[in-house]
Design a protein around this ligand. Structure first.
Ligand code: MN
Length: 215
């Protein structure tokens, strides 16, 4: 995956129709080809105009915006976040035919059972969090030094505090579900649970070094 300027919209690791019937082909196509592409174009354009920032990786850009003059902070945060959050979301899903294959025996599932009571309780709490996002944003499962937490973020903000490892996210902007689920965010969340790539989530949980921590 390309991680430095100029950013490229790398292909999804599955076909646009791979998540059917839970997430439809048209939504996936528009979401990846139009919405994510727009964030990539805007981020590249921003970096064209601010070449001193071209040296930074995408993860570093999620941190350095805080040190910029005020008028540059929002465009960088929104567009770098828009690229990072979407890539993380798309990479965290896979075809439901294989999505559940290794889930129940994994370390992540054991921890989810221990910390949330059961995978079902985790699911209920995660759904509540995703429903609670007012307007546009994301719900995330993160590990804070091994402690699992469910958090939410607004707009294209990315939760990149030190010591946190990001494990899963769901995009609850309406463009992620409106064509199929209309205004029924709850139905979209229920469908999304069928296409979580638990192997990817487990790998993210196991790899403490992938935390997008700001230093
Ligand atoms: Mn989106």
């Amino acid at each position: 995956m390309n991680n430095y300027y100029p950013f490229i919209n790398t292909p999804l690791p599955y076909a646009y129709d791979a998540l059917e019937p839970y997430i439809d082909e048209k939504t996936m196509n528009l979401h990846h080809n139009r919405h994510l592409q727009t964030y990539i174009d805007n981020l590249n354009h921003f970096l064209e105009e601010n070449p001193v920032l071209q040296q930074y990786s995408l993860e570093e850009l999620l941190c350095v915006w805080r040190r910029l003059p005020c008028h540059l902070q929002a465009p960088l945060r929104n567009n770098a976040g828009g690229v990072y959050n979407h890539r993380f979301y798309f990479d965290g899903m896979k075809s439901c035919a294989s999505a559940r294959s290794t889930a129940s025996s994994s370390r992540l599932f054991r921890e989810m059972s221990r910390q949330f009571g059961s995978p079902e309780n985790f699911r209920a709490q995660f759904k509540d969090a995703a429903l609670s996002v007012f307007g546009s944003g994301y719900a995330w499962l993160v590990s804070d030094r091994g402690t699992l937490r469910i958090i939410t973020s607004s707009n294209q903000n990315t939760p990149v505090l030190r010591s946190r490892t990001l494990i899963l996210n769901i995009d609850v902007w309406e463009h992620a579900y409106y064509l199929k689920h209309y205004n029924l965010r709850a139905a979209y969340i229920d469908d999304w649970f069928h296409v979580i790539d638990w192997t990817k989530a487990e790998n993210r949980f196991s790899d403490a070094h992938m935390a997008a921590g700001c230093r």
